[in-house]
Design a protein around this ligand. Structure first.
Ligand SMILES: O=C(O)[C@H](O)COP(=O)(O)O
Length: 191
């Protein structure tokens, strides 16, 4: 039986306001969320789940409201913790860290988690979602690294190079036959 997971990476978020958990969307990010709603409202999505981080929730909230649904929060869908849970790692430190992490899945900075740990906790949730919502369409509010790691679990082509070519926002529709990934289609094709 076919189950569809729509990976929705959040829209633009202010990098200086609030912490990892609380920072929301910029004006552009709000417009990104509106475009996500327009793109996906006709898909027949019935279930809306998200990372607990505000920027991910806010990107799919309006879409969920259009279907009269709440966004269900899963702590283990949060973004990979790079250095410490509440602080954003600066962009110039992020690339070397990602590079090292994708070469060595067990590498972690003090206070952070490794790719392997992040993949394991997020995949546990995804497998459960595929069981509970078998045969349904699920939108999942997410982030670049944790999304890539969930996708990489099923198909090694979703690697660091893939992550570096994603956008904010972005949308990938993953088609599953029970627990097996059958196809991935990128639905976001705006610049
Ligand atoms: O999706 C992501 O890459 C993370 O949530 C980080 O987003 P940011 O660029 O807003 O820090």
């Amino acid at each position: 039986m076919k189950t569809f997971i729509y990976m929705v990476r959040h829209g633009e978020s202010p990098k200086t306001e609030g912490n990892e958990r609380t920072r929301g969307l910029t004006d552009k990010g709000k417009s990104d969320a509106f475009q996500i709603t327009e793109l996906l409202r006709g898909e027949g999505i019935e279930v809306f789940v998200s990372s607990p981080y505000q920027r991910a929730i806010l990107t799919i909230q309006e879409l969920a409201q259009c279907s009269g649904q709440e966004v269900l929060i899963f702590e283990d869908l949060k973004e990979r913790i790079f250095s410490s849970e509440d602080n954003r790692i600066p962009d110039d430190e992020l690339f070397p860290l990602l590079d090292k992490s994708f070469s060595d899945p067990n590498f972690a900075l003090t206070g952070g988690e490794s790719n392997a740990v992040c993949q394991n906790r997020s995949i546990t949730v995804l497998k459960e979602l595929l069981k509970i919502y078998r045969g349904q369409k699920v939108a999942l509010g997410t982030h670049g690294a944790v999304m890539t790691l969930m996708m990489e679990y099923y198909d090694k082509q979703y690697d660091l190079n893939f992550l570096l070519h994603t956008s904010k926002p972005d949308v990938y529709r993953m088609e599953f036959n029970d627990q097996e990934l059958v196809e991935v289609k990128r639905l976001w094709n705006m610049p």
